[in-house]
Design a protein around this ligand. Structure first.
Ligand code: FEO
Length: 132
């Protein structure tokens, strides 16, 4: 069973690019989780971890550009949330590459929980501004 499932009710922002990118992030997170909890090779897990972090970083930058273009007032607080997750992920990535950390069930649960809070709280808030 997938770690996280995108539904319009729980995660729909009414902003097309954001919904599409969120779906890609969910797919990568689910793949990473399945590899990490299914005994895959460390090289495969590392490759998917890199892919997930890349698409998350690109997605955050995309949202921030759109919020800035619309003069959205919530940009600074929103960006701070993004930066905190990127920092956590970059730390894990460095430790994974150094053989000092693994991707675990807890890693998946942490990212899932972050998305379940962030999208409805922060991403929903830009919906009107980005559609104006
Ligand atoms: Fe879709 Fe603010 O992350």
């Amino acid at each position: 069973m997938s770690l996280i499932t995108w539904t319009q009710e729980q995660f729909g922002t009414n902003v097309g690019f954001a919904d599409n990118e969120h779906k890609d992030i969910f797919a990568s997170l689910n793949k990473l989780y399945d590899l990490a909890t299914g005994g895959a090779d460390r090289s495969e897990i590392g490759a998917e971890l890199d892919n997930l972090i890349n698409i998350v970083v690109e997605h955050f930058a995309h949202e921030e550009r759109e919020m800035e273009a619309k003069g959205f007032g919530g940009l600074a607080a929103h960006k701070a949330e993004h930066d905190a997750l990127v920092s956590t992920c970059a730390d894990l990535q460095a430790k994974f590459k150094a053989g000092q950390a693994d991707v675990t069930e807890e890693t998946g649960a942490m990212v899932k929980s972050w998305l379940e809070n962030h999208i409805p709280t922060f991403d929903f808030a830009y919906s009107d501004a980005l559609n104006s």
